[in-house]
Design a protein around this ligand. Sequence first.
Ligand code: ATP
Length: 294
Amino acid sequence: MGDILEVHDLVKEYPGLRAVDGVSFSIAPGTCFGLLGPNGAGKTTTIEMLEGIKTPSAGRILYRGEPLGARFRREAGIMFQSTALQDFLTVRECLCFFGALYPRQVPFDELVHTCALGEFLDRDNRKLSGGQRQRLLLAIALVNDPELVFLDEPTTGLDPQARRNFWALIESIKARGKTVVLTTHYMEEAYQLCDAIAIMDRGRIIARGTPDALLAAHFDDRILQLPREDLAGRGLPAGFAVFERRESVEISTRDVDAALAALLAAGVPLARLSVRSRTLEDLFLELTGRELRA
Ligand SMILES: Nc1ncnc2c1ncn2[C@@H]1O[C@H](COP(=O)(O)OP(=O)(O)OP(=O)(O)O)[C@@H](O)[C@H]1O
């Protein structure tokens, strides 16, 4: 089967700013595609063009090989960063209100079950917790049983447990063969959920591929982490790349055994040492020199 979404040389210009500067990628059906980048990189502008909400200044977007049209609007679901819901409407009424906009609807009970909304159906939508509200917004995005679901920073502001619960929901959408387009500031989220990612910076895509392939292409080392105080006053042998963090020191090495031997020889206590692989957060820093979260 061909790609469900193709993006060719997409550009969006605002007065004095090229917010999206020639972006191209394609998304295979049934996969989760993640768009990552720091604040202002152009992710929301890109996703809003893909959603058909913003008009591109140049470039082409094809859904199943056709320009965005009636079929796309029928088959796409959108979870916005924030959606103004009508005051006083209960969760049940919100779902019915949005469901009525589409000819095809997911069975109500299935939607409620998928998004774990059963306990709150008769609650005023203004009285939901952050996680409950995100699940309602996801349910609204899924109300038409979409083939392609857009999630723009869906877990921002959620606590770690609610975020993990939300990941399970997204996994269940993927398991049903749906395609997901996700923007996020959370690298762990991208790593867990995305089959492919594109990293954007200043309106351009600077890296694209599967998370593991990108990590393998950019890094061949391991990172040893130690509390700062455990190294204090002890000179490290030359030849190691050392990064000073706020409370820890990180040592990059391709030969963990040799690095450990050198640390022991220098009298460094290793009880609190940990060894980690490189992460997408490291990749972003390496590529842009900037932290992901502003
Ligand atoms: N309507 C607009 N008019 C003018 N400039 C805009 C408009 N919308 C966005 N921009 C600018 O375009 C650039 C990209 O913004 P965008 O919201 O797409 O970034 P983002 O990657 O989604 O950031 P964030 O992570 O903060 O949501 C920013 O410099 C922003 O200030």
